[in-house]
Design a protein around this ligand. Structure first.
Ligand code: PHE
Length: 491
């Protein structure tokens, strides 16, 4: 049998894990959540969730991959054959995410080109909706495929492919650039941001604590989902990456470093985003609260406008979009690597290069739907459902499988055997009881909310096709795969 690939060093492994964790979510999701849910007070639920949920789960995923020495499907299969479906579910969710994540990166690429001339002009909103993504009036109006976006998408997928084509061997080299570079750029933009006049108003908006918010359940559930998403948990990524570590490598320290660096960057990104918005508020007279936005609106509407007000605007615009692209690319290829690890584990006679190529081509094809004129609507719905249900469900099944079938204590003993920082018995309690209860509550709360009000008022058919339907599809495929694999093995 072919020998398993290895990370050249533990540092590179940590680089790759941080690269995956630090992504668009740190720049356009965390600051917005903080601004919206209690300012500085949001840090309380966020940090509590980080230590109660994030770090223990990251330790768990690292430990599973490193102990089993295979990707997510194989790892759960080793625990019990029927559990392989959990691994498949996680990889499928990841695959769906990367198909739209790549489209967003395509937009970043287009904006990078536009940055040189600040082509978006004064009305950045209509520029984004009408000239870039050609957003149709209605979800049902698919329109055409935007040629520009498809072109950018091909380039993004080529970048992803060349990052993962030789598996860990190529990833190890690429993360040396894609992990530190965006962080350096973030610091440059941060310094620019906080030295702008009016920056302080933005920072006050970001940090001013509203402790009343802590009484709101929504704030806690937002913190919980953010921790899941930001640490790239439940996508099979961290399991796949850790499976390329030696069985005796340290686990808990790597997990703590990854989690702390990731959250540190989120908090710093908040200063960068809000100081720039503070400046924009002082120039435009529009209050920061109205400028604060998340997701694509922040990156493609508010920020381009804010940047164009700064002296040497195009320089900073270029830096901003290079930062987004390099931030996103290692998150995107980590999702591809999670999928190709699983496929290569199962069909090891196929060359890794070919496996990566098939995954990339398939990912590109699946992403085409998001490049249509109604693509943003589909992307929005898919993202909502995968992050609110797919991941939480997979995460729940993972903890139940480890806590109750494999044995939390058994995994903890392994972690302690190889790690410098020992974890106490509290970890078992978290994995067996507390985290499952949290996740079940989150799942039910999300479900009630979405049943009461269809997400963003989208029509039922769209919610079904790009939301519930996808989740049901993932569940069905995962269950069927177990059924068929059992049949085969029983013969
Ligand atoms: N962790 C990434 C972020 O915060 C998002 C992501 C999740 C990317 C899962 C890849 C996989 O942006």
């Amino acid at each position: 049998m072919e020998k398993r690939q290895r990370w050249p060093s533990r540092m590179i492994f940590i680089f790759a894990a941080i690269g995956s964790a630090v992504g668009l979510g740190n720049i356009w999701r965390f600051p917005y959540l903080a601004g919206k849910y209690g300012g500085g007070a949001f840090l309380i639920p966020y940090l509590i969730m980080l230590f109660l949920l994030g770090v223990p789960l990251l330790i768990m995923e690292f430990a599973i991959g490193q102990r089993m020495q295979v990707g997510a499907v194989g790892s759960f299969r080793k625990i019990k054959r029927k559990l392989a479906g959990i691994g498949l579910g996680s990889v499928l969710c990841g695959f769906i995410v990367v198909s739209y994540y790549a489209v967003i990166m395509g937009w970043c690429l287009i904006y990078l080109i536009y940055s040189f001339t600040l082509k978006w002009g004064a009305d950045t909103k209509s520029f984004f909706f009408d000239n870039v993504i050609h957003l149709s009036k209605d979800v049902g109006e698919v329109g055409f495929i935007s040629v520009e976006i498809i072109f950018a998408l091909v380039i993004v997928w080529a970048l992803i492919y060349f990052s993962v084509w030789k598996g860990i061997k190529s990833v190890s080299k690429v993360v040396l650039v894609t992990m530190p570079l965006p962080i350096i750029l973030l610091f440059i933009l941060l310094i620019r941001g906080i030295t702008l006049p009016g920056a302080i108003d933005g920072i006050i908006f970001y940090l001013k604590p509203n402790f009343g918010a802590l009484l709101d359940f929504e704030v806690w559930s937002a913190a919980m989902s953010q921790i899941f998403f930001t640490l790239s948990l439940a996508f099979g990524i961290m399991i796949a990456y850790a499976s390329y570590q030696h069985e005796s490598s340290d686990i808990s320290k790597s997990a703590i470093i990854t989690a702390l660096v990731n959250s540190g960057i989120s908090i710093i990104a908040g200063f960068c985003v809000f100081s720039t918005l503070g400046y924009m508020a002082s120039r435009s007279g529009v209050p920061v609260s109205e400028l604060a936005a998340s997701g694509p609106s922040l990156a493609f509407i508010v920020f381009p406008k804010a940047l164009s007000l700064i002296p040497f605007a195009s320089v900073f615009a270029v830096l901003f979009f290079v930062m987004l692209i390099t931030l996103g690319i290692d998150s995107a290829f980590s999702l591809v690597e999670a999928a190709s690890t699983v496929i290569h584990d199962r069909y090891s006679h196929i060359r890794k290069e070919d496996v990566s190529l098939y995954v990339c081509v398939f990912g590109f094809i699946c992403g085409i739907i998001f490049a249509t004129f109604a693509g943003l609507y589909y992307l929005d719905i898919t993202d909502h459902f995968i992050t609110n249900y797919g991941l939480v469900l997979v995460g729940l099944l993972e903890v139940l499988a480890i806590g109750w079938l494999y044995g939390a204590n058994k995994l903890r003993n392994y972690v302690n055997h190889v790690s410098e920082i020992k974890i106490g018995k509290w970890w078992n309690t978290l994995i067996k009881f507390i985290i499952p209860v949290f996740l079940i509550v989150l799942l039910i709360a999300n479900f009630i909310r979405d049943i009461k009000h269809p997400y963003e008022g989208y029509p039922q058919w769209a919610i079904f096709c790009f939301g519930w339907g996808l989740i049901i599809g993932v569940l069905l495929l995962s269950c069927l795969s177990v059924f068929f694999s059992r049949q085969k093995n029983n013969v």
